[in-house]
Write a protein that binds this ligand. Structure first.
Ligand code: E4P
Length: 212
């Protein structure tokens, strides 16, 4: 399972670079960390990581999204163009896929949106688990449904579980066999830590001192 870091913070990307396969950004994250032109930050992130860097178009209009998508893809070969799960977003996805540009269909909230994303050749589809849970639905159930649809139909689109709120979400997504998850630096840190590891280290250090 690929792990993407859901951030535009260069320090966090450098800190966790050994564990990640790429980065996902969105307009909220980029506007948080871009001090000047967004393109500088996108290029810097691409220099740091080995895999895809998802960058989202801002427009929702077909022609504008095509233009933006091509511009973003021209920034670096690692850029994966993030498009919304809308009629126009999916049509743009199909065009860009034909041109060999990697795409990530984002804001996916239903199995049928994921089905359509696969039909238009998306590289990744991003179901938003946490936001579905927040709205009183079952985000993990969506992942299971999409996994089954993709397996039965042998679609190649990679499920990228997004809007992850907890370590449990990461574990369940991995157990469900998704191809990728994107997690915040905070969740990645939690994935690495365990209180008993810290406690064990403290005990060993104390015993070592006593034995001197
Ligand atoms: C995914 O690509 C999104 O950037 C992200 O996972 C959204 O998560 P949020 O619901 O925590 O904003």
């Amino acid at each position: 399972m690929k792990i993407f870091l859901d951030t535009a913070n260069v320090e966090d990307i450098s800190l966790y670079n050994d564990f990640i396969d790429g980065v996902t950004t969105n307009p909220t994250l980029l506007s948080q960390y871009a001090h000047s032109e967004h393109t500088f930050l996108i290029k810097r992130i691409c220099e740091l990581v080995t895999g895809h860097v998802s960058v989202e178009v801002i427009s929702s209009d077909f022609d504008e999204m095509i233009r933006e998508g091509r511009e973003l893809a021209a920034l670096d070969s690692k850029v994966c163009v993030k498009l919304p799960c809308t009629l126009d977003g999916m049509k743009v996805c199909k065009r860009l896929s034909i041109d060999g540009i990697a795409t990530n269909l984002t804001l996916c909230f239903s199995p049928t949106q994921a089905l359509m994303a696969a039909k238009c050749g998306a590289t990744y589809v991003s179901p938003f688990i946490g936001r579905l849970d927040d709205a009183g639905h079952d985000g993990l159930a969506l992942i299971e449904d999409i996994s089954e649809i993709y397996n039965v139909n042998e679609y190649e689109t990679i499920i990228l579980a997004a809007s992850i709120r907890s370590v449990t979400h990461v574990v369940r997504a991995a157990m469900d066999g998704v191809g990728a998850v994107t997690i915040s630096p905070k969740i990645l840190k939690q994935c690495l830590e365990h209180p008993l590891t810290d406690k064990g280290l403290e005990i060993f250090a104390n015993d070592w001192e006593k034995g001197k």
